[in-house]
Design a binder for this molecule. Structure first.
Ligand code: 4AD
Ligand code: MG
Length: 437
């Protein structure tokens, strides 16, 4: 008799097998009991005939609480009506660890309660599906970049200075009296590694002391950041378009079961194919003005500013696929952005806005190459010159046009899954009001 996994039952039809897992749910009709076992690969309905097992076994199974750990032995039977397509006719079982009063029951719980029990909530069908999709997003990201000539070069987490503005820095005590900051982005280091490797990327946790309580913000999130030497804004947009299309196609190909559990409208994912519309900031601003005039937007957009979440949602509602907005006013963008020679007050930056209200999933652009210009910008942004001397070396020694972007894994995963909030897309979310469990 062989031990197997629920997602491999199809190759064991008619055989007696052993499954190891946890009791997901159970119901009984006197003569029959239907314990549902989950093992991480799926959920299998098991069928226990009272007459087919010992009284002792029947009683012990009947007394088991949700999430008890057990081994179940039985014969695999194909059944079209069964959730995974197979059922197990039980011949034996062994309790590994009995559980009682599992706090999360099939009834509705509030979000705060579920978040407090995140360590257990992860076992539920929907959370399991979301984590599987996240896994596929991450694999797709790595496969795409690795196959596209990028080399992984990880950037540090302890950093001496800000990358994305000083207002969202987490400060930590380093040794003696030195201060360090948790990285907001590996980009500045990517600029160094791409000069060594041509095309490089970093992929790791990033931190933002965001005081915003929105469905898109975490204080700790995972970002993948590719950077290319000898590249311009258009190259970044081309890359973003191929990158997101590939991720969506992989999720569609590899996560059918999960997308069904999540009731994801798959047509929305199938629409994510090149070309993505490219919209100048001014054109986006015109759309917003029109939206306000038509009463579709509550607040008038202040030209020159950054887009708010409702603005992003409105802009993207015009398209069935991501839209790339470029050439933002330099004043609302980071210090390192290159300027458009045709429009010197504009940054050669792009935000990729996902459809369905998911907002910005990618931010990036072309980097300034001039030593003098960057010195000025560092001073203007009141950043400590000294901490950026190494960065300025990249402009002293072989400065070339280069460009890249960053994508937040959680925002991308929420979008792929079609779920409301990024907090469900990472095993243990960190937010303004949540550091536990
Ligand atoms: O637009 P951002 O701030 O860009 C950068 O950090 C650049 N240095 C990246 C680069 O060019 N290498 O962040 C990039 C992406 C956003 O589009 C979003 O997907 C995600 O990171 N992101 C967040 N995700 C969750 N919670 C937050 N607080 C996030 N802030 C940014
Ligand atoms: Mg951004």
């Amino acid at each position: 008799m062989s031990q197997t996994y629920i997602n491999q039952l199809d190759s064991h039809v008619g055989e007696e097998v052993i499954l190891k897992g946890w009791l997901y749910n159970t119901r009984s009709s006197g003569k029959l009991m239907f314990p549902q076992l989950r093992d991480g690969t799926g959920i299998c309905q098991c069928v226990v005939f009272k007459k087919a097992v010992s009284e002792e076994l029947w009683d012990s199974l009947a007394a088991l609480g949700q999430e008890s750990a057990l081994t179940i032995t039985g014969t695999v039977r194909a059944d079209e009506r069964a959730p995974g397509g197979f059922e197990l006719d039980v011949t034996g079982a062994e309790v590994i660890s009995a559980a009682h009063d599992y706090p999360i029951t099939p009834k509705e719980h509030g979000t705060e309660f579920l978040m407090d029990h995140r360590h257990l909530w992860l076992r539920s069908r929907r959370q399991h599906a979301v984590l599987k999709v996240r896994h596929t997003v991450v694999r797709a990201v790595r496969d795409f970049l690795d196959n596209d000539g990028f080399t992984l070069a990880d950037s540090p987490i302890f950093t001496p200075a800000a990358c994305e503005g000083t207002t969202t820095l987490f400060e930590v005590n380093y040794f003696d009296d030195e201060k360090a900051y948790l990285t907001q982005s590996g980009q500045l280091y990517n600029e160094a590694t791409c000069a060594a490797l041509g095309k490089s990327y970093c992929f790791g946790p990033t931190f933002r002391a965001e005081k915003s309580k929105t469905r898109r913000h975490l204080t700790e999130f995972w970002m993948v950041e590719p950077e290319m030497a000898f590249a311009h804004l258009n190259d970044v947009m081309d890359l973003a378009e191929r990158f997101l299309s590939y991720i969506a196609s992989r999720v569609l190909a590899d996560r059918q079961e999960e997308l069904k559990v999540l009731e994801r409208d798959q047509a929305k994912l199938e629409a994510i194919v090149p070309p993505f519309p490219r919209l100048h900031y001014d054109e986006a601003a015109k759309l917003l003005d029109q939206g306000f005039a038509d009463g579709k937007l509550e607040n008038k957009f202040v030209y020159g500013g950054d887009f708010g979440a409702p603005d992003e949602t409105f802009i993207s509602s015009h398209y069935d696929r991501p839209v790339m907005v470029y050439n933002y006013p330099a004043a609302v963008k980071a210090f390192y952005m290159a300027r458009d020679p045709q429009e010197p007050d504009r940054a050669l930056g792009v935000d990729v806005l996902a459809p369905e209200g998911y907002g910005e999933v990618i931010g990036g652009g072309e980097r300034a190459t001039s030593l003098d210009f960057l010195r000025e910008q560092i001073a203007l942004h009141e950043l400590p010159q000294e901490a950026f001397e190494w960065y300025l070396d990249l402009r002293r020694y072989g400065s070339v046009p280069h460009a890249g972007f960053g994508m937040g894994i959680e925002r991308c995963t929420a979008w792929m899954c079609g779920i409301e909030h990024v907090r469900e897309t990472i095993p243990f979310p960190r937010m303004l009001n949540r550091l536990k469990p």
